[in-house]
Design a protein. Structure first.
Length: 183
């Protein structure tokens, strides 16, 4: 089933130069733009910080917010990397070396779970609990990034799905542990 879904999505690659460039953009560059969006959002949200009477309180709250947003995502990335080094699952372009020509080369025997999917799943959940609209946007980004990584031939659907699940689990563990301290 995993291979079947992979090939249904992968057959969208190499059809059109422009579409391939969009897929590569979503898989490789959209993650950096998404992180930049978070930074801009937090700067905009806290831009009046110097004018506040409670300057140090705002700094402390902003720092807690940054930790709340990024710590689950970074932890998810690290945990996914540890799992990858234990599991050693080949990427599609290695497993199907004669059939799959990836749009870009990324990794080797480190397909499962997707670090990008784990990171952006945890990030989307974290943002959703800070700002629902931004959270929905990042759920969309996570799905778009995941699909693009399948279409480009560097991940299987199970890699992406397991990354989403792992990211959600890690977020909820962090949220359970730190919810009283952060909010």
């Amino acid at each position: 089933m995993n291979d079947l879904i992979f090939f249904k999505l992968y057959k969208l690659a190499h059809l059109n130069y422009f579409l391939d460039k969009i897929v590569i953009f979503c898989a490789e560059y959209l993650p950096y733009i998404a992180i930049l969006i978070i930074i801009i959002f937090l700067l905009y949200k806290n831009y009046k910080i110097a004018n506040e009477k409670n300057f140090f309180s705002k700094i402390r709250n902003s720092t807690k917010e940054l930790i709340y947003i990024f710590l689950p995502a970074i932890s998810g990335w690290v945990i996914a990397d540890i799992v990858k080094n234990i599991v050693k699952f080949p990427r599609p372009f290695i497993k199907f070396i004669d059939v799959v020509n990836p749009l870009f080369i990324h990794g080797g025997m480190d397909s499962f779970p997707s670090g990008h999917a784990t990171f952006f799943s945890a990030l989307a959940f974290s943002l959703f609990f800070i700002n629902k609209k931004l959270g929905y946007l990042f759920v969309f980004f996570a799905i778009l990034i995941g699909l693009a990584r399948i279409i480009s031939g560097v991940h299987f659907p199970v890699d992406i799905f397991s990354g989403y699940v792992l990211g959600a689990i890690i977020f909820f563990i962090f949220n359970f542990i730190f919810s009283k301290k952060v909010k």
